[in-house]
Write a protein that binds this ligand. Structure first.
Ligand code: FAD
Length: 339
């Protein structure tokens, strides 16, 4: 079935979000093309830094919700922020957040922290007036106390995860162009590799490609393949939405999870993200040979394991790893945003 006809079967517009915004199946009856460039894939007008540190935008929290189960390692929240349509962004961009208050060490305002935007440009409510963040609460485990030390907890992530509806958030950006999707060729395959909150931009991608009534979604005929690595199934993020995409678009959306504390890799060790991608190395390499774009997002620590794995695969295929990566970068197929 072609995507266009599958979309036509949807009950008008369907919003897929954690339970804080319109529920599955909610009819919004909004035509979702009011935030498109002309043609929709023209990125010449993508803006960055509309709001700067010295004159930040004030967003308003719509909702803040914990989105992981009780056995997850740590807490991750989905935060929807109202920008009243005054702070447009593209899928793959980030917002900066300046936490309130001042630094203990010198009394100066806190520095800005970046967060990948986890919604499409239309927002979870499809109004074009909100954006969502996926934030992991940074805690500090003190080895001497053998407990969390609240004095050393992350300033901005705790501020965001503790917000209540109506709270104000000082914001900058939007930032970055490295994670944009090249939408000109609707047959483009996307390989998205995330660990933890690195899922944020890819949730925006999946919503744009599969759940909206936009020219981009209607045109898309490629395959989007998402790899997500987390510790256990309670730590999975947006699984309900991804399962739904898989059920509706089995030919266009693939989903693979690496659950390090629940699955074993082929050597009997923990299943990390690079082990899961390696299982499909031939397919991944073929896709990249044929022009697929590969994206990595999450903690910096994910990249060495990924790169070692890719280097090994190159070796087994008689490819020069450095040249291979260089080729992907030259053709703009290689996208990395790690922190
Ligand atoms: P900070 O206050 O900056 O502290 C950093 C760490 O140091 C914390 O773990 C804290 O516990 C520890 N610490 C504090 N004091 C001490 C001390 N005295 N001794 C030892 N350790 C201490 N994060 C997300 O959750 N989601 C995203 O989508 C996301 N996207 C990002 C996109 C980009 C492009 C970048 C660059 C970063 C992104 N981040 C994301 C990370 C985010 O910007 C912050 O770095 C993160 O939330 C931590 O900020 P914080 O203010 O909470 O912690």
């Amino acid at each position: 079935m072609k995507i266009v006809s599958a979309l036509a079967l949807l009950p008008a517009v369907t919003a897929f979000v954690p339970s804080t915004a319109p529920k599955f199946g909610t009819k919004l009856n909004l035509k979702q093309d009011f935030l498109e460039a002309s043609p929709y894939y023209d990125q010449s007008a993508v803006v960055t830094n509309t709001y700067k540190n010295k004159a930040p935008f004030t967003g308003k929290v719509v909702s803040t919700k914990r989105i992981v189960g009780p056995k997850a390692t740590g807490e991750t929240c989905h935060i929807i922020i109202d920008h009243n349509g005054d702070f447009p962004y593209w899928e793959g961009q980030s917002w900066g957040v300046i936490p309130p208050g001042t630094r203990e060490k010198d009394g100066k305002p806190h520095a800005v922290r970046l967060y990948s935007i986890a919604s499409s440009r239309y927002g979870d409510d499809m109004t074009g007036k909100t954006g969502s963040l996926c934030v992991r609460r940074a805690t500090y485990w003190c080895p001497e106390l053998k407990a969390d030390d609240p004095a050393k907890k992350g300033i901005c992530s705790n501020f965001l995860c503790d917000t209540q509806p109506g709270d104000e958030v000082a914001m900058t950006g939007p930032a970055g162009k490295v994670m944009l999707m090249p939408e000109e060729d609707p047959n483009t395959d996307y390989i998205m590799v995330a660990t933890g909150t690195g899922i944020a931009p890819f949730r925006g991608f999946v919503r744009r490609l599969f759940f909206e009534d936009t020219p981009a979604a209607n045109a898309y005929k490629g395959e989007a393949w998402l790899f997500l690595g987390v510790a256990n199934s309670d730590a999975l993020l947006y699984d309900d939405e991804f399962q739904d995409a898989k059920a509706r678009f089995p030919k266009n959306f693939r989903l693979d999870y690496a659950l390090s504390r629940e699955q074993e890799n082929k050597k009997g060790g923990k299943m990390y993200i690079q082990d899961k991608v390696e299982e499909y190395a031939d397919e991944v390499f073929n896709k990249l040979d044929n022009g697929a774009h590969i994206y990595f997002c999450g903690l910096k620590g994910m990249m060495p394991g990924i790169q070692d794995m890719l280097a090994e695969v190159c070796k087994s295929k008689g490819l020069d790893y450095e040249e291979w990566i260089k080729g992907l970068k030259a053709k703009k197929q290689w996208h990395v945003e790690v922190y």
